[in-house]
Structure formats: C-alpha cells, structure tokens
Design a protein around this ligand. Sequence first.
Ligand code: GLN
Length: 537
Amino acid sequence: MARYIFVTGGVVSSLGKGLSSASLAYLLKSQGYKVRLRKMDPYLNVDPGTMSPFQHGEVFVTDDGAETDLDLGHYERFSNISAKKTDNITTGKIYSDIIRKERKGKYLGKTVQVIPHVTDRIKEFIKGDITNEDFVICEIGGTVGDIESLPFVEAIRQFSNDVGKNRSLFIHLTLVPFLKSSDEIKTKPTQHSVKDLRSLGIQPDIVICRSQKSIPKDQRKKISLFCNVSIDNVIETVDVRTIYEAPISFYKEKLNKQVLKYFNIKPKKSANLIPWKKITNTVLNSKKEVNIAIIGKYVNLKDAYKSLDEALIHGGISNKVKVNLLRLESDNLKSKDVKKLLKNVTGILIPGGFGKRGTEGKIAAINYARVNKIPFFGICFGMQMAIIEFARNKLNIKKAGSTEFDKKCFPVIGLMNEWNKDGKIIKGTNKELGGTMRLGLYKAKLRHNSLVRKIYKSNNINERHRHRYEVNRHLQSNFEDKGMIFSGMSPNNDLPEIIELKNHPWFIGVQFHPEFKSRPLNPHPLFSSFIKAAKSK
Ligand code: GLN
C-alpha cells in the first residue's frame, strides 16, 4: 500500500521544494522502492499552458501530453520516472471539474462547498492513478499561509487522518536566514511558519531548513523544541555548488533514512550516489569550456528555458566540458550586429517560441550559423525559423514566412490543413486555435545515412511535442535540391520532424522538444552531439 509524503513550504517561495522532493524520490528509488511524484498548484489557471513564461517559467510537457509546472521537469530529471497527466493539478482544474459536474446536476441539489467538495476532489487527485507505488510524494505549490493554498493544506490534513499516520508524513521546508550584521542564524521565521502550519492542523514530522550556512547544534535544538519535531528530523539543506549535489547532500543529512525510519521500514538496498558524485565532479572541475548562444524572447527570465538549460549542461557532462550560456534577446538582435555578438560562440541554439516578436533577429542568427558553418540547433520554433531563413535565402522565396504571425506570407510554415497540394495557402480555414496543438509523444522515422540517424543510433524515435504549426511538406523536394534534407518524418510521411543541412558540420532543426527527455544521468543524444560539435569547432 502506498505511503504518502506531503511537502509544504514556508517563509518564502523558491526554497527548492521541487528539488528536495526530487532528491528524496531519487534516494528512495535507489534504495529499492517504487516512487511517484506529484504537484498541486494553487493558481486558477487550468494548466500553465496559457501562461506567459515571464509569469511562470517554462511549461513542461509530459509523455502523455500534459502541459505542466516546471517542477515536474526536476522530478523527471532527478528520479528518472516519467511524469503523467495525473501528476499535476491546479485550483483552476479542480474548480472547472466541480463546476462542470454541478451544471450537470451531479451534486443532487446539495450546496457545493470548499469543504467537502473541493477538498474531496484534491484527495481524489492524491490517490488517483496509483498502482503499486511504495511512496507518493506530493508537493504543494506556494507558501503556507497563502489564501490560495488553504484548501490543499486542509485536504492533506484530512487525507492523513483518513489513511493514518503510519501511511502519511509531512515535510515542511523553511528558510533559516543568516544575518551578517550579527553573524547569527535566525530560527524565528521557521518557528512562525511551523506555527502557521500547526494552526491549520498539521504538525510537520520533518522540517527541512534551507540555509546559507550550516546550522549549529544549539540552533537545531531550538528548532526541534519550538517546532515539536525530533532533533534528528531537523534536516538542513545548505546551498549546494551545483544542483546535482542535492541528492548527495540530502543523503548526508539522512533525509531518506529518517523517512524510512518514520514508516518503520528498512532500505531494500543501499542508495547509489556514485553517478551524482561523478556528475558533480565533471560540472565543477571541467577545464574545457564551450560558449553556446541561446537566442530567444524570454532569455532574461531565469527558468523560462529551464529544461533546455539543463539539457545543454547534460550535453556538457557527456563531453566533460563546462557549458557557458550566452543568452541573447532576439528582439534587439539586428543582422548588422550578429557577427560581433556571436563571434565568440561555437554553437547557436534557437529555442521554442510563439508569435512574431523577435523572429527577424532569430532568422539573422540562423543565417550567420548556416553561412559560417557554426553548429546550429533549432528547437520547434527554432526549426521553423531555420526553414524560413533557408526558403528566403536559398530557395529565393522572399515572402517565405509562417502563418502564425504573417497571414500574407508564402507559407513555408502553417497549420496542417491550411495549404492545398501545391503548397499554397487555402484561405479561410482554421480560425480556431484551441485543441489544435500536437502535445506529448509522437513517433518519427529517421532517414538512412542522415546525421540524426547516426546520433540516435536508431531508425525510429519518440519525442515530446508542443506546437501547432508545421513545416509545409509540399516543398520538400525544393529544399532537398538545395541541400536541406528532411531527415525525420512522421510515420505516415505527412509531417517533417527533423531537418538538417548536408554541407554543414552540424545544423539540425527538430519540430519536437528533446530537452524534456534529457536527464543528467542519461543526457539526450542530440544535446551530447551538439555540444561535441561545438567543442570541436
Ligand atoms: N509557435 C510554434 C507553433 O505553434 C512553435 C511552438 C514551439 O516552439 N513550442 O508551432
């Protein structure tokens, strides 16, 4: 029977609840247990799919096509367990489910209320779609005390009461600040945060204290006393040099040991920390460096391209190089400045994106990479921009563009049924955007003798998608005659999935998002190969 671990946060947000949950999942899994990770988000959007990356960072996509919180990316990368649609829920989703049910008269005339209807729906989420998991780790977004998170806190309180203490555990993550002026570590914010949690009926079993400095014994005793938690369950997490050190640091602090002790069970085998030690060593000590430019709209926002940044670092790990990322805002990129700005980089990457802003800057950078034979990687929108650049400059289609942002263009990129057999646009179709995205895993077959075929070492791949527009396949032979081959196609040959240049050391565009499947312990082959090419440039 599954045991449930609830992770809440206090004092401030961004303390690393996601990373703590993911590290704990890795440790428990490597000790022989089956683990599942889940996230409850207290905002009113039904999913983060429609939110701007400026608001909420990257939208992570699962195999089964859910657009989720980026913490699910951390979970997957650390635990190597693929998340599912059923692993992320928001207040918006809960309310929309309830209101739909209410409209159908499913509540039999009853008054629909936060308790029990909202809390029941949350409890359904927590225990839904579980098979033989030993542990379900559920993280609650936001900070205890926020109005938004109250129904979730209430639901986990009830849940623990329903299943019993021997099957539920509360972990609370708080901040223990260090005051430079008095050279002191302060436990008061933690005391208050736990007091808040207790006033909502939850006594934490483990308190994880995020701190800049190691917490002295006396201070730990104080936290133990005031928070009513045994001293062994006051776990510190001091800032790590790289996130890959987190599982090692939590192991040293005995987080997994205390969790197993709480449930009165023994590890089935000892935790394997060797891969994390190796990775940490490579990340911290690699002497050689590569400079990669990422050119996009949201580059100034930390977390907007979280999985991508990570996947590039993973590519560095497999090549034993340090990857320096030069983030360039595509809006301000003029073709006359491209050369100067990109002269020190040996790899250029254009990530996914939506809308017109910044497209010309991206196209200018792609032109520079193509002509100067700099390794280039175009992801989703980046691939689409590479198609436009090539069409304009090699196929001489000056009005080549995407119907996403230019309705009068020659559609080298457009909606699937927007063009007729000649590759020309059919006017007046597809006004609706909703429900037209390709989301989640789709298969592609790779062309014999292509670069991607060599990189993947396989004829068939299955990658995660999140896009609406497609490359106009009717122009395939025009592109191929000029040296840009469509080396990956959907199984029915309808949709171009990968493009590459024949006479270029490394120029690849992919319609999917390989970054979502890259893991530090198993870097994605495209990223390893891209960094290898950048290293040898
Ligand atoms: N905006 C493009 C589309 O919808 C690309 C999306 C993306 O890069 N994820 O097809």
